[in-house]
Design a protein around this ligand. Sequence first.
Ligand code: BGC
Length: 345
Amino acid sequence: MKIKKKTFGCLSTGERASLFTISNGTMSFSVTNFGCIITSILVPAAGGLQDDIVLGYPTLEGYTANPVYFGCLVGRFANRIAGASFSLAGKRYTLPANDNGNCLHSGKHGFHKQLWKAQPFTSRGEAGVVFKRKSPSGEQGFPGNLDMKVTYSLTSDNDIIIRYAVKTDAPTPVSLTNHTYFNLAGHDSGSVLDHQVQLFADRYTPVDAQAIPTGEILDVAGTPFDFRSPKKIGQDIEKVAPGFDHNWEINRSGDAPNPVAGVYEPTTGRSMTLWSTQPGVQFYTGNFLSEEPGKNGELYGKHAGFCLETQHFPDSPNRDNFPSSILLPQDTYRQETIWHFDFES
Ligand code: BGC
């Protein structure tokens, strides 16, 4: 296991962002402490050919804008909160309204735009970076001072593991995720509609025209949301135009990471399997990408990548029937999400 550190760039504040590359001899990934953003994942395929399988920008400047949330850690609350507000213990909190009057991914200046403290580590069969940050009470409108520790690592078994631990001094919603866009054929290979996806989820949360959950939790059987057996992303996508951008309820048994999804790319033979401790996963098929200028001059178009964002259900601070996303001072928010990569050699 090897870790390399270099300067990624300088922010307008004069602070330097670092880029860490972690390699296990077979595959590698790079992550910056600006927004805890994964900037590349290099994975071999048949014949040993390596491709970078995540969408992103060539430089730090790209990530300081990043309107589409490439690769980043999202928080305090991933996904949407209706009306950009919620009530907790009789008090109303107002959040940035950056998406049709709703709050998406905690606004434009969320955790993905912050510089985190970073410390690389290596242990037996695993190496990575520990990121730390304190989020003050009132940041993005949320109550409670947060103390956060997030670890991104690579194992000798080709797993990328993200572990999150958060403490608060006052009750507050917390739901963190990583927003990496994958294209297992290579970031610059066009549409992901031929990837085969399986979701270990019997139910999903339908949404209204603004992508706000209606509050129902419905069976996927007989709907385009049925991914219980592997199916091409493109098979039913037109029935849900402009594409999939929904939360599925992960089938769970116990607190250990549960299987979430399997994805297979037939032309390269690459596949990826996900596990997570979270109750939900947002499967998003890059519906709003439109000529986004990325690495190597690539212009990423609609469906050029997919995201599997493990999370609490969207709008759960306003929905009593969804699993609670409220972190209490006596508890610790913990999440573990594992991405395992396979390739035919
Ligand atoms: C949301 C999409 C949004 C995308 C980029 C996803 O998590 O569900 O609606 O366009 O993030 O912000």
